[in-house]
Design a protein around this ligand. Structure first.
Ligand code: SF4
Length: 183
């Protein structure tokens, strides 16, 4: 896909987003996170690793999670192996990425400002993605979080559920090791 073709697809996907339920009735459906991930991929991969972060939602942690919460850093994973977040946190440390578990979208917005994050891999369910599209300024150069531009890659959670949720952990590992779109 050429850059211009990707841009057209990206702009159309967001332009028609408010009409998606209407268009869905006549069989027109599209994967908004897949289209935006593909569009932002090259720019995402160009950002130096130290300015990249994995920011996971708290719905992925285990119910018995013993981690403490820090107002500055979010959920402080102690790598107990009860959920895959600990292993991802270790992989991020090894590869030079920042790693956080965030309790909310507002917390994430403050985090990217404080930590100088320029590109982030996050995870969200359809409901949160829709909420984010309505409340966040999305530009061709990235997503504006409290005036800070961040280039995203979004993984879909398996369910609309705030407890013991799941994502494609293999895909996340591949992004950390080989970049977005890498194998
Ligand atoms: S691995 Fe980390 S986030 Fe997961 S349950 Fe253990 S302490 Fe909590």
């Amino acid at each position: 896909m050429t850059r211009n073709c990707g841009r057209l697809k990206f702009v159309s996907a967001f332009f028609f987003f408010p009409m998606r339920s209407l268009l869905g009735r006549i069989g027109l459906r599209w994967d908004i996170s897949g289209i935006s991930n593909a569009y932002y991929r090259e720019d995402f991969n160009r950002i130096p690793v130290a300015e990249k972060a994995v920011i996971l939602p708290h719905c992925l942690i285990d119910e018995k999670c013993q981690a403490r919460f820090s107002k500055a850093e979010g959920v402080l994973c102690v790598k107990c192996k009860c959920c895959p977040c600990g292993e991802i946190s270790i992989l991020c440390e090894e590869q030079g990425w920042q790693f956080y578990i965030s309790p909310s979208t507002n917390f994430t917005k403050r985090l990217v400002q404080r930590k100088g994050i320029r590109a982030a891999v996050g995870a969200a369910c359809d409901f949160e993605i829709e909420k984010g599209i309505r409340s966040t300024r999305i530009t061709l150069q990235g997503v504006l979080l409290k005036r800070k531009k961040v280039i995203p890659q979004v993984l879909l959670t398996a369910r609309y559920d705030c407890l013991k949720n799941d994502i494609d952990w293999d895909l996340l590992r591949k992004i950390i090791l080989n970049g977005a779109g890498g194998v």
